[in-house]
Design a protein around this ligand. Structure first.
Ligand code: S3P
Length: 435
């Protein structure tokens, strides 16, 4: 499925993006691990999360989509031997968190994924889980792999990468390990697992090591809970960016998760000169939420600090689009993790930006975008996405403000994180259509 985006006047209106993907995966996984019923309101009904729901069923949980935007997960307090391979599709989060959770039980589970997930590194979870006592059949440390779980012991794991998936895999395994499990990261990654574990009654806290707090879990029995899923700030990034670069736009994006460990892009937007305000802040669920008000803005290039990378790791593709419209240079470094996402996002963004007439330099761990500022972006290209949802959405947003329309070669993977993206964007006046 190819999609084309073209400019068509200012974007206006109020919208509520779909539920947060990270929180949705965790709600189902913790629900499956817990005793009793978990009721999830506003779950992201996208392919990645559907794969986690299917996996939870194969591990013995009852997962049903009810009426009124509610999903119900009934767990038995443990994961049971799955009768089939757990197919994680395109989702690294499903794969890494479920491998961690499965490790704690005396079962053998085979995991697989699509062509993109089969290329992504799994040694980053195999290493800590093996230290805890899990065993793996995993040629090349990639999918497909089999995990043999049970009889784990807790560890203090110094992760070489700031990755919430790695941290969560170890913490979920730690729920069933003897002793305590602590994860030390080079920079803090998103903490939804820790926050939600507390809501489910786990023995989780933070330990001070050399003046820095790190998450710790001890063996725990979880109890089903009620979870509310706010709008995903990583999905909100696309209408927000579009409102900034399409002249005279004013858009309100409602009910957005504003966990500080997810806000790197929004901090960077403000540094670029974005007219962006957070209104109606609230915290009903142990996760902060706000409405974002965004007006079209003249942007200036920036160099986000290295330590901000984990809090905007999924937002670099759309940041490079903002950078193309900004005046001056934007230098992104410390973002080597982008090469092992759903695609090599550095290579693909560089290629696509160049095709749209933007001057870019590729670095090992990032890129430098020479913003076009008042000169504007030409566009007028067909973009190769290699089935990467965020690359596709980024170039469609670019097409809304470039002089000539932009086509993305394959938009079907957008459904992994943002179902109905084109219609959603049409709700604020954007023209994105099939070609
Ligand atoms: C996620 C963590 C991040 C992010 C991914 C979702 C999560 O991955 O890129 O989209 O829900 O834990 P890493 O842990 O690999 O950085």
């Amino acid at each position: 499925m190819r999609l084309k985006a073209r400019s068509d006047g200012p974007l206006k209106g109020r919208v509520r993006p779909p539920g947060d993907k990270s929180i949705s995966h965790r709600a189902i996984i913790l629900g499956a691990l817990a005793h009793g019923e978990t009721v999830v309101e506003g779950l992201l009904e996208a392919e990645d999360v559907q794969n986690t729901a299917k996996a939870a069923r194969l591990f013995g949980a009852n997962v049903v989509q009810g009426e009124d935007n509610l999903w119900r997960v009934t767990g038995a307090g443990s994961l049971t031997q799955p009768a089939e391979t757990i197919d994680c599709g395109n989702s690294g989060t499903a794969a890494r968190l479920l491998i961690g959770a499965a490790s704690a039980f005396p079962i053998s589970a085979r995991f697989d994924g699509d062509a993109s997930l089969r290329k992504r590194p799994m040694n980053r979870v195999i290493a800590p889980l093996s230290q805890m006592g899990a065993r793996f059949d995993s040629p090349n440390n990639r999918m497909p792999l089999i995990v043999h779980g049970g009889k784990l012991k807790g560890i203090t794991y110094r992760s070489p990468v700031a990755s919430a998936q790695v941290k969560s895999a170890a913490l979920l395994a730690g729920l069933g390990a003897e002793g305590e499990t602590v994860v030390i990261e080079p920079e803090r990654s998103r903490d939804h697992t820790e926050r939600m574990l507390a809501v489910f009654g786990a023995d989780v806290d933070q330990i001070d090591i050399d003046g820095v707090l790190h998450p710790r879990v001890r063996p725990s029995t979880l109890k089903g809970a009620r979870v509310y899923v706010p709008a995903d700030p990583s999905s909100a990034a696309f209408p927000a960016a579009a409102a900034l670069i399409v002249g005279k736009s004013e858009v309100v994006i409602e009910d957005v998760l504003i966990n500080p460990l997810r806000l790197g892009l929004y901090e960077t937007m403000l540094e670029m000169g974005a007219k962006l305000t957070f209104k109606e802040r609230r915290d009903p669920i142990g996760e902060p939420i706000a409405d974002l008000v965004i007006n079209a803005s003249e942007l200036t290039g920036v160099s986000p600090p290295l330590k901000r990378a984990p809090s905007m790791i999924d937002e670099f593709p759309i940041l490079t689009v903002l950078a193309a419209f900004a005046d001056g240079e934007t230098r992104i470094t410390g973002a080597g993790e982008l090469r092992v996402k759903e695609s090599d996002r550095i290579t693909l963004m560089v290629e696509g930006l160049r095709a749209c007439g933007v001057e870019v330099e590729e670095l090992d761990d990032g890129l430098v975008v020479h913003g076009r500022g008042p000169k504007g972006v030409r566009g007028g290209a067909e973009i190769r996405t290699l089935g990467d949802h965020r690359v596709a959405m980024s170039f469609l947003v670019m097409g809304l403000a470039s002089k000539e329309p932009i086509i993305v070669d394959d938009a079907h993977m957008i459904a992994t994180s943002f179902p109905d993206f084109a219609n959603f964007m049409a709700g604020i006046g954007a023209r994105i259509e099939d070609v």
